[in-house]
Design a protein. Structure first.
Length: 408
């Protein structure tokens, strides 16, 4: 007798969430960059915020000399001495918080995800000025919430859109506004006036304000006002911080969620306990970094400011390129005279070589959720030294002349 084999009508599939999760515009071209490197091509990475400034030796030494016999779990909220030191750091910046208002997270990324999950229900909405850090989309999708974009324009230097445009987007599903200050990817720094407008709106509409403040130490025309200093909305503000950018320690993956809302702290603590604890050695390194003098930031800020001037100066001299000068962080968004920057950025890695080198950029469309926007924009991170930036700009300048689909 012939044996009957089972018939499977359908192949097993992944989740809709997994299928719909967008690729990172910052990393999605990595395979093409790797292929170019295997050919011996020098690739200048301006696509990602990975500084080439050395991580402070005090952080490395703290890990090296950690007197540990067992690499144990820490408290789910983070090492107590670390949280207390971090609270002192914030107080020196005019932010009145205690260690009880701080939870240590696995990078700022986990802090954002935990904030969403603690404050919002599936189907809720948050309003976010675009362009915005692309991974917010993934965090929102993981939390089951929806981002409602409010578009800022490159022509205005990405200033905050009129508050009236925010009000038009508010529905019964709206639970918060999310800003990044200084902004990634634009480098824009929100003024006190703009922050006060946001404060008044969240107070009027009973909303949360989520604020990504990863780049506060890198402001070039004055200090950044933290959302935690806004009066009258202390229970509505959730601030996310990270050590990745401040101390050029991206691989350490240490961040913090800070809020004076005790209910939010309690809710986030449950998620923190579920993932057990932040990494021990990285917390030791981050705590050591807080012992650095303020002059450390004076020096790194001056270095980034110089790199900004070099990059903006070079871009401004390229025909057809428009790039507003950023006031903070270490990114710029630039408009290029090409048909589509997704295509152009891939072409740079696969087809273009100048002195056996090319440059990797982040296509602008990935920083927007409104279809069709950002297709002629790119984000550049001025995280390389001055010489490397000049060489990368040499590549870009020649590439724009050689690109077959250049727009006049």
């Amino acid at each position: 007798m012939m044996q009957c084999l089972p018939i499977f009508a359908e192949m097993i599939t992944i989740s809709q969430r997994g299928a719909q999760m967008p690729s990172s515009p910052i990393r999605k071209l990595a395979a093409f960059a790797d292929a170019a490197k295997k050919e011996g091509v020098k690739v200048y990475h301006l696509n990602i915020g990975q500084p080439d400034i050395e991580t402070p030796s005090i952080m490395m030494e703290a890990v090296k000399h950690a007197d540990l016999k067992v690499l144990e779990y820490t408290d789910s909220a983070g090492i107590l001495s670390f949280r207390k030191k971090l609270a002192t750091y914030y107080v020196t910046k005019g932010i009145d918080v205690s260690y009880e208002d701080i939870l240590i997270t696995i990078g700022g990324s986990e802090g954002i995800l935990f904030a969403f999950m603690a404050c919002l229900d599936a189907g809720d909405e948050i309003i976010v000025p675009e362009p915005f850090y692309a991974n917010y989309i993934g965090f929102a999708m993981a939390a089951g919430i929806k981002i409602i974009p409010i578009t800022s324009s490159i022509e205005s230097g990405f200033a905050l859109p009129p508050i009236a445009s925010f009000k038009e987007k508010i529905t019964h599903r709206t639970k918060g506004i999310f800003i990044c200050n200084p902004n990634n990817p634009t480098g824009y720094v929100y003024s006190e006036s703009e922050l006060l407008q946001i404060r008044d709106l969240i107070k009027e509409k009973d909303l949360y304000l989520f604020s990504d403040e990863a780049y506060t130490e890198f402001s070039y025309e004055g200090k950044v006002k933290s959302t935690l200093t806004l009066t009258g909305v202390e229970d509505r503000v959730i601030m996310i911080d990270t050590f990745s950018k401040k101390y050029s320690a991206c691989g350490a993956r240490i961040g913090a969620l800070v809020t004076k809302n005790k209910s939010v702290i309690e809710a986030v603590m449950k998620f923190s306990q579920a993932r057990l604890s932040p990494p021990t050695l990285e917390q030791i390194a981050a705590e050591a970094a807080l012992s650095l003098p303020t002059s450390y930031f004076d020096e790194t800020r001056a270095e980034y400011k110089n790199r900004r001037e070099v990059l903006i100066n070079r871009l401004s001299k390229m025909e057809g390129v428009f790039c507003p000068a950023p006031s903070g962080a270490f990114y710029v968004m630039a408009k290029l005279p090409v048909d589509n920057t997704d295509t152009f950025c891939q072409w740079l890695l696969t087809n273009f070589r100048y002195k056996n080198a090319t440059v990797m950029l982040a296509p602008g469309s990935g920083f927007y959720t409104t279809p069709g926007l950002g297709t002629n924009e790119v984000r550049l991170a001025y995280v390389l030294n001055e010489t490397a930036i000049h060489e990368a700009m040499d590549c870009l300048e020649q590439a724009l002349k050689a690109y077959p689909n250049r727009q006049v």
